[in-house]
Design a protein around this ligand. Structure first.
Ligand SMILES: Cc1ncc(COP(=O)(O)O)c(C=O)c1O
Length: 399
């Protein structure tokens, strides 16, 4: 395929970034399961190390199977370049190491995936990087939090686990208006580039846990970052190569390339089923509150309509009776699996306060607006009626 931005999303998810196998004509991407690459002579080795000649050196610096995946994800995100990692946290930490140094300041939204929150609040704080957590829906609070040494603004939307929606276009405009050098970084894991393309909305960098929807089959841990070629090259040659070493294996890259072929149809189905499940939960007498960007009652509904092409497959909700009642539901589901992670074919359900967000103290959860009894639900690809029937029988155990 020509790298033609005019081709549709589904076509690009299948064909973008792929290189024809000129040796054997294999249809699917060969898995270049090699740590290193042979140089013709010393001259060539030296030229490759000084970037005077294109070509592979060692798989921590690049690999042909990964290159196809990186080009494909960048194409889907509408970015100049992409880079893959051995986990979402590998992507996030490699990007942070590249942007930040001691003495710098970060403004981050208060609702983040638990390990990202830990990296900023417990990890980077030890190395002299200060973070101010604010609710970035409040643009005045965001503006007030920016300091002369602010180097990065970091958000998730929809956010894990509350499904909070923040206005990417408004945030990018505000931040760049204050200081155009501040890097705007967003975790696009929940939306995927099919539903939301933050770079088109003025963000500099997107990061992903490709463990989730992008791979979509629950069999890989991986991450990605996309942005301008210059920046992604810095992440490749510093953040990833020297700081984290968080390099994806070719076998995993192959599985993600396979998963991506069906991203669009999977996301359409996740969205449609999640709409049905959210409507069911919203009317349920044992449910206190449903958080889902596809419901008109969600406070981010209008912004989601503007910046996303669908609500996604993640729902969170509060069971009447709080944490104890939530546990009675979770412990009694049969089709839905009690497990962290998300974006898989199987419906997964978990309790953020004691699992994915246990890095927040009870006080931090309260400050961030993450309810203690919140349940996070990743709607899978099963029939909506079966998921709802399982919830229905689960709720009979909630006393
Ligand atoms: C929104 C979000 N970002 C990042 C991560 C980290 O990804 P990984 O588990 O692939 O390191 C997760 C994991 O759950 C996540 O939900």
């Amino acid at each position: 395929m020509k790298k033609d931005a005019k081709a549709g999303f589904a076509t690009r998810a299948i064909h973008a970034g792929m290189r024809k196998d000129t040796v054997y004509g294999a249809l699917t991407a060969p898995i270049y399961q090699t740590s290193t690459f042979i140089f013709k002579d010393c001259e060539q080795g030296a030229r490759r190390f000084t970037c005077q000649e294109e070509g592979f050196i060692y798989s921590r610096l690049g690999n042909p199977t990964l290159m196809m995946l990186e080009d494909k994800i960048a194409n889907l995100e509408g970015a100049e370049a992409g880079l893959c990692f051995s986990s979402g946290m590998g992507a996030i930490s490699s990007v942070f190491w590249t942007i930040l140094k001691a003495g710098d300041h970060v403004v981050a939204d208060s609702v983040l995936y638990g390990c990202t929150f830990a990296l900023l609040s417990h990890g980077l704080a030890r190395y002299g990087v200060e973070t101010t957590f604010v609710d970035t829906r409040d643009l005045a609070a965001l503006k007030k939090a920016i300091k002369p040494n602010t180097k990065m603004v970091y958000v998730e939307t929809p956010a894990n686990p509350t499904l909070k929606i923040v206005d990417l276009d408004a945030i990018a405009k505000l931040v760049k208006g204050v200081n155009k050098d501040i890097m705007c970084v967003v975790d696009n894991t929940f939306a995927t580039p099919y539903l939301q393309r933050p770079i088109e909305l003025g963000f500099d960098v997107t990061v992903h846990s490709t463990t989730k929807y992008i791979n979509g089959h629950g069999d890989v841990i991986a991450g990605a970052a996309c942005g301008k070629l210059d920046f992604i090259t810095q992440v490749r040659l510093f953040g990833q190569k020297d700081m984290t070493g968080s390099v994806l294996g070719p076998q995993e890259a192959f599985l993600i390339l396979r998963g991506l072929k069906t991203l669009q149809i999977r996301m359409e189905r996740h969205c449609a089923t999640a709409m049905e499940v959210a409507a069911y939960l919203d009317k349920h007498p044992k449910v206190e509150k449903v958080h889902f960007p596809g419901l008109k009652t969600h406070d981010g509904y209008e912004i989601a309509q503007k910046q996303m092409s669908g609500p996604g497959g993640m729902i969170s909700f509060e069971v009447k009776g709080g944490r104890k009642a939530g546990a009675q539901l979770l412990d009694n589901l049969e089709l839905c699996s009690l497990a962290v992670s998300l974006g898989d074919a199987e419906t997964l359900i978990e309790h953020p306060a004691s699992m994915t967000h246990s890095t927040y103290t009870a006080e931090e959860l309260k400050e961030a607006g993450i309810p203690e009894g919140l349940v996070r639900f990743s709607v899978g690809l099963e029939d909506a009626a079966d998921i709802i029937a399982d919830l229905e029988q689960g709720f009979t155990h909630v006393k």
